[in-house]
Structures are given as structure tokens and as C-alpha cells.
Design a protein around this ligand. Structure first.
Ligand SMILES: CC(C)(COP(=O)(O)OP(=O)(O)OC[C@H]1O[C@@H](n2cnc3c(N)ncnc32)[C@H](O)[C@@H]1OP(=O)(O)O)[C@@H](O)C(=O)NCCC(=O)NCCS
Length: 129
């Protein structure tokens, strides 16, 4: 988990300017965390939170030098398969505006108005199984 938090810090706090005190939260204690490894290093991560019929994906991050190599796709596909296997009927996520196209590729559809979270414009997206 320390390597997962280090990657999230690198991507969200250092690269994107998210306030450090918001990056790790109470949900981290109860989430399932996925990590993608290369040569023993964590190069990608996301977390899954379950609430009744809904799974929520968050903290999706791939290290900058490893982007556009399919790591994000593998994590998203693994997470959807795991959530479906666990009986979830849908997945929701708060997408950064700039990442909407990434999530659309996996069947997520935007809903509702855009909102600010930690200084970054987001929109909710949903995928039903
Ligand atoms: C968004 C992010 C997770 C994508 O990870 P990645 O490993 O580069 O994604 P992949 O290589 O698996 O890409 C899968 C597909 O999405 C596309 N894609 C990747 N990032 C994209 C983006 N920002 N916008 C649009 N399309 C994108 C890829 O071109 C690829 O398309 P293809 O399958 O048609 O070739 C990564 O860029 C990242 O960590 N960004 C910084 C953190 C962030 O913004 N997280 C999202 C928080 S909501």
C-alpha cells in the first residue's frame, strides 16, 4: 500500500496539484485496491468501493512514463470483472473532465452536471452491467 500511495501522491498531488490532505481519505481503509506492477514497481492503481448494488471506482492513476501502454485499460477491465463477479449491478465514478473519453471507451456514460472536486472539474459517469 505504501507504493500505491506513493504513486497516487506523484500523480494527484505533485502532477495535478490536489491538496495532500485530501488525497488519502477514510474510504481507503475499506476499499479494495488494485495495483499494476512492472519490474516489482507499482505503475498503476485504482480503488473499488462497494455500496449495496453499486461499485465505485476511484483514484485511477498510471505513472506518467507508463501511460498509453494499456495499463489503465487492464485495471478498468479487471475492476469491472471483479465488481460483476461480486454481484454489483453497476459501477459509478467521478471522471476528471479530461479523462471522460478514456472512460467512455469502457462503456461509462456521463450523467448530471459537472462539479469541482479538489480544484478539478469532474462529472459522474455510470456503467450498468
Ligand atoms: C487517465 C489514465 C488513467 C489513462 O491510463 P493509460 O494507462 O494511459 O490508459 P490506456 O493506455 O490503457 O488507454 C486505454 C485507451 O484510452 C485512451 N486514453 C488514455 N488516456 C486518455 C485520455 N486522457 N483521454 C482520452 N483517451 C485516453 C488510450 O488512447 C486507449 O485508447 P485505445 O484503446 O483506443 O487505443 C492516465 O492517463 C492517468 O493516470 N492520468 C493522470 C491521472 C488521471 O487523470 N486519472 C483519472 C482520474 S478521474
Amino acid at each position: 500500500m505504501s507504493a500505491v500511495y506513493a504513486l497516487r501522491r506523484e500523480v494527484f498531488v505533485i502532477e495535478q496539484g490536489v491538496p495532500e490532505e485530501l488525497e488519502v481519505d477514510e474510504d481507503d481503509k475499506i476499499a479494495a485496491h488494485l495495483a499494476a506492477f512492472s519490474d516489482g514497481r507499482v505503475i498503476g492503481t485504482l480503488r473499488i468501493l462497494r455500496n449495496e448494488r453499486t461499485a465505485k471506482i476511484g483514484r485511477m492513476a498510471v505513472s506518467a512514463p507508463s501511460r498509453k501502454e494499456g495499463i489503465g485499460r487492464e485495471l478498468m477491465e479487471f475492476a469491472a470483472a471483479a465488481a460483476s463477479r461480486d454481484g454489483a449491478e453497476e459501477i459509478v465514478l467521478a471522471a476528471q473532465f479530461t479523462a471522460r473519453e478514456f472512460y467512455r471507451k469502457f462503456g461509462y456514460i456521463e450523467e448530471g452536471a459537472a462539479f469541482d472536486d479538489a480544484g478539478i472539474l469532474h462529472v459522474m459517469m455510470r456503467k450498468e452491467f
